[in-house]
Ligand binder design. Structure first.
Ligand code: PLP
Length: 407
């Protein structure tokens, strides 16, 4: 008898996006002429920057000739890309990260999901609430949690993110082994200061813990005082792994390219207490289970770091931040308290009531789709997430309608 991994039974089916789709379909049926504007999901809407398209075309042409054809690439990613990342994303900002500490992948989602394979079943884990669901579900699948009871899994420590802590939880009193942090945050749009991240790094050092730092939205940071990388913190190289992505800065959501930074000093421990480097383990894992990102896509990602590329992604992210400003303006005018949207493409709105009721009100009265905050965790109840990833026309239209509908 072929038996399944019964941990999958514990997964609380993610009804969030299917529930949203169902309600939108019902609304559509009743209002066939309504032009629905979707500010719900976190997918980008604008085309790839021209530099990336040019690099893609060139690389595709190379693939057409035997003399320049590229087959399997290095498992860690091509050096031409890793060098650019190390230089521009880290060394130029005074952060000590070298090209051989970077692992190119096809997504921060896969990497944040796969990384937990390196750790024992027995570890205890802290996740923020609200949370990017991948951090939780991958650990459920691996059997590190108990059952889901009233929206929370047993054996996970939830770090409440709320208005009281500006959606940046402080380290807990108790010790945990593995900590997931994400700044700028999805879904709240909150950002962490250097002092706050330093506190987490100090906690991880004192407790022999490890921080998994998801910086997928780093390129939206405009406030000069905010850290772009966990490795700006003193002592972080031993206790943190960082995830980055080309999805949101350069619109690679459908093209797929990301990277993970595992410093050479970064360590975990054998059961008898002996430390061991995580870098060779991640390399072993990736070279066993992953065959790299395609050559044309890595060339397109490399183009992001050219002068023109940096200008073009600056323009792209500025554009979405412009949308965010419009959203914040309207929602604030209507009397709602907003978090995020300044160094982040997400606006987290306190709807002063139930998340789903607010979702339905906005859909039924304004034909605009947002995301109910409770779908990201119990602490998300009372909030909605509005995404700035859309055209200017749609954002202006959506805000005009919401302004009329909720006045
Ligand atoms: N991490 C966070 C916090 C995200 O919100 C997302 C996508 O929405 C990802 C990672 C996924 O990134 P990628 O497209 O590189 O898989």
């Amino acid at each position: 008898m072929i038996k399944i991994n019964e941990n999958y039974k514990k997964l609380k089916a993610s009804y969030l996006f299917s529930d949203i789709a169902k309600r939108v379909a019902q609304y559509s049926e009743k209002n066939p002429d309504a032009k629905i504007i979707r500010l719900g999901i976190g997918d980008v809407t604008r085309a790839l920057p021209p530099v990336c398209i040019e690099a893609l075309h060139r690389a595709v042409d190379e693939m057409s000739q035997d003399s320049s054809f590229m087959g399997y690439g290095p498992e860690q990613g091509y050096e031409f890309l890793r060098e650019k990342i190390a230089h521009h994303d880290f060394q130029e900002r005074g952060v000590n990260i070298s090209a051989d500490e970077i692992f190119i992948s096809d997504g921060a989602k896969c990497d944040t999901g796969n990384i937990q394979e390196l750790f024992s079943q027995e570890i205890n884990i802290a996740v923020p609430d609200p949370v990017y669901p991948v951090y939780v579900d991958t650990n459920v699948m691996a059997g590190r949690t108990g059952e889901n009871i009233e929206g929370r899994y047993e054996n996970l420590l939830y770090l409440d993110s709320n208005e009281g802590n500006n959606f940046v939880p402080a380290p807990p009193q108790e010790r945990v082994d593995l900590i997931y942090l994400c700044f700028p945050n999805n879904p709240t749009g909150a950002t962490a200061t250097k002092a706050q991240l330093q506190e987490w790094v100090d906690y991880a050092r004192e407790n022999d813990s490890l921080i998994l730092f998801d910086a997928a939205y780093e390129s939206f940071i405009r406030d000069e005082s905010l850290p772009h990388s966990i490795f700006e913190m003193e002592g972080a190289r031993e206790v943190a792994i960082e995830f980055r992505s080309f999805s949101k800065n350069a619109g690679f959501t459908g093209t797929r390219c990301a990277f993970t930074v595992v410093p050479k000093e970064c360590r975990a421990f054998y059961s008898e207490g002996k430390p061991t480097q995580l870098h060779p383990l991640w390399l072993r894992r990736q070279s066993t289970k992953f065959n790299g990102v395609s050559y044309p896509v890595q060339r397109a990602a490399e183009a992001v770091y050219s002068d023109a590329g940096r200008e073009q992604i600056g323009e792209l992210t500025d554009f979405y931040l412009g949308n965010a400003k419009i959203i914040i303006f309207t929602m604030t005018e209507l009397g709602y308290k907003c978090t995020g949207g300044v160094n982040s493409p997400y606006i987290w709105v306190n709807v002063k009531g139930n998340s789903w009721e607010a979702f339905d009100r906005i859909l039924n009265r304004a034909a605009v789709v947002c995301t109910p905050g409770v779908g990201f965790g119990n602490c998300g109840e009372g909030y909605i997430r509005i995404s700035a990833f859309n055209s200017r026309e749609n954002v202006l239209g959506a805000m005009e309608r919401i302004g009329e509908a909720l006045k």
